[in-house]
Design a protein around this ligand. Structure first.
Ligand code: PLP
Length: 407
C-alpha cells in the first residue's frame, strides 16, 4: 500500500525511517548462520546449551496450569516485584520499594530501551563504554540522543585488566550529557568494575548532574572471590541510578525474557510510561517462575559462579594451549582471547572468526562489532568466546581448537 503511494507521488525515499538508517543485521546473526553452514560449535552466542533448575521450570508449568495466562499487571506481577525487592535487600542490603521502584520488563533488553527512551531527549549525549552491549547505541539513536564513547583498553604490562583512561572519561562529560550507561560485570571483556572505578564514575555523574543506567545482568557471575558492586550503592548515586537485571543469565532461561529495572520513584514513573506502550507487560507465567527462582537460597548463586568458573578455566586452558593469549575474565560467561600470537594471517577479528568457524569448526564473535568506528582498532586483535555450555560441548570445542597451527 505504502510502496504504491510512494510510486504515485513519484517520491524516491528509503523504506526505513532515518533514525534507523544505520542499523544492520547483527554480527550474531551472521556468525550463527556461518556456524550452522559449517557445523561449527557455536561459542559465539551468549546463552547456555542447557536449561536452568527443574524446580523453576515446574513453577512456570504450574503457573500455566493455575491459570496465570492473561495479561500481567503492567508494572509487573506483585509477587515478582516483591521477590526482586527481597533479593536486593538480601544480597546487597539495598532497600527497594516493590510498588514504587521496581518495574518488570520483557528482558533486560526492554528495560534498557524503555529507560533510554524515557530519559534521553533529542540532542542529549549518552556516555557508553566500549566495547558495548549491542543494543545500547541503537537505543540512544532511536531516542535521538548522541552516543559519546569511552573505550576500555586491553590489558597491558601496566594494567592486567581491561581499563579506561580516567582523563578520557572526564573529557566525555559536558553540559549536554544526560546519561551514562555502565555494564558491570562487563560483556564482552569479563571486567568487574572496581570500587575505585565506580567512585570515579559516580563523582563525574554527580558533578555533571548525569543519570546512570547500570546494566548488571551478570551480577551473579563473578569469580575468584571478586565482588559485584552496584553503582546505585555508591554514595550519592541512589537517586540518579537505574539498575537493570534479568533472570536470563542468572537462572539459565534466556528465552523467557523476564527482566526488571530498579529506580527511584520519579525515574520509575518515567520508565513505566514508556514500558506501558512498548510491551505493556511481560509474560505472566514466567513472572511467577522468576519469583520462585529469586527465592532460591544463596547456595544456588554460589554453585552457579563455581560451575562457570570451572568452565572458564577449562576454556581458558584450551585457548592458551591452542596458542591464543587469553584475558581471564573476573565475571560474565565470556572470555576474550588475542589471536595475533598465532601469526598475521588475518586482516582483522572478523576474518579470524570466519576462519575459525569455517576451518577449525568453532565459532567466536569479533568484538569490533561493539566499538564505534574511531575505536575499532582497539578490538581487532581479539575474539569473544562464550563458555556457558555443557562440559561435553566445551570438550568438543577444545578438541577442535587443537587443530590450530601457528604460522
Ligand atoms: C550486557 C547485556 N545486557 C543485556 C542483555 C539482554 O538481557 P535479556 O536477555 O534479559 O534481555 C544481555 C544479553 O546478552 C547482555 O549481555
Amino acid at each position: 500500500m505504502r510502496a504504491r503511494k510512494l510510486r504515485t507521488l513519484n517520491v524516491i525515499r528509503p523504506i526505513s525511517a532515518e533514525r534507523i538508517a544505520s542499523f544492520t543485521t547483527s554480527v550474531f546473526a551472521e556468525m550463527s548462520r556461518l556456524a550452522v553452514e559449517h557445523q561449527a560449535i557455536n561459542l559465539g552466542q551468549g546463552f547456555p546449551d542447557f536449561d536452568g533448575p527443574e524446580a523453576i521450570k515446574a513453577a512456570a508449568i504450574a503457573a500455566i496450569h493455575a491459570g496465570d495466562n492473561q495479561y500481567a499487571v503492567s508494572t509487573g506481577q506483585p509477587v515478582l516485584r516483591q521477590a526482586i525487592a527481597a533479593h536486593s535487600q538480601r544480597i546487597y542490603g539495598q532497600m527497594v520499594d516493590a510498588d514504587a521502584e521496581v518495574t518488570v520488563t520483557s528482558g533486560a533488553t526492554e528495560a534498557l530501551f524503555a529507560a533510554v527512551l524515557a530519559l534521553v531527549d533529542p540532542g542529549d549525549e549518552v556516555i557508553v563504554f566500549e566495547p558495548f552491549y549491542d543494543s545500547y547505541v541503537p537505543n540512544i539513536l532511536m531516542a535521538g540522543g548522541l552516543p559519546r564513547y569511552v573505550p576500555l583498553r586491553a590489558p597491558d604490562a601496566a594494567r592486567p585488566d581491561w581499563h579506561f583512561d580516567p582523563g578520557e572519561l572526564r573529557a566525555a562529560f559536558n553540559a549536554r550529557t544526560r546519561l551514562l550507561i555502565l555494564n558491570t560485570p562487563h560483556n564482552p571483556t569479563g571486567k568487574v568494575f572496581s570500587a575505585h572505578e565506580l567512585q570515579e564514575i559516580a563523582a563525574l555523574c554527580q558533578a555533571w548532574d548525569v543519570l546512570a543506567l547500570a546494566d548488571e545482568v551478570y551480577e551473579h557471575l563473578v569469580f575468584d572471590g571478586a565482588r559485584h558492586r552496584r553503582l546505585a550503592q555508591v554514595p550519592g548515586m541512589a537517586e540518579r541510578t537505574l539498575t537493570v537485571s534479568s533472570q536470563g543469565k542468572t537462572f539459565g532461561f534466556t528465552g523467557w525474557k523476564i527482566g526488571w529495572v530498579l529506580a527511584p520513584p520519579a525515574l520509575t514513573r518515567a520508565v513505566r510510561n514508556v514500558h506501558q506502550f512498548v510491551t505493556f507487560a511481560a509474560a505472566t507465567p514466567f513472572q511467577a517462575a522468576a519469583a520462585a527462582a529469586l527465592a532460591l537460597d544463596s547456595g544456588y548463586y554460589q554453585a552457579l559462579a563455581a560451575e562457570h568458573q570451572t568452565r572458564r578455566d577449562f576454556v581458558a586452558g584450551a585457548l592458551a594451549e591452542a596458542g591464543l593469549r587469553v584475558s581471564c575474565p573476573q565475571g560474565t560467561y565470556f572470555i576474550m582471547a588475542n589471536y595475533t600470537t598465532l601469526g598475521d594471517r588475518w586482516a582483522d577479528d572478523a576474518a579470524f572468526c570466519r576462519w575459525l568457524t569455517t576451518e577449525i569448526g568453532v565459532t567466536a564473535i569479533p568484538p569490533t562489532a561493539f566499538y564505534a568506528d574511531e575505536h575499532k582498532h582497539l578490538g581487532r586483535e581479539w575474539a569473544r568466546f562464550a563458555f556457558c555450555k555443557r562440559q561435553e560441548t566445551l570438550e568438543r570445542a577444545a578438541e577442535r581448537l587443537r587443530r590450530i597451527r601457528p604460522g
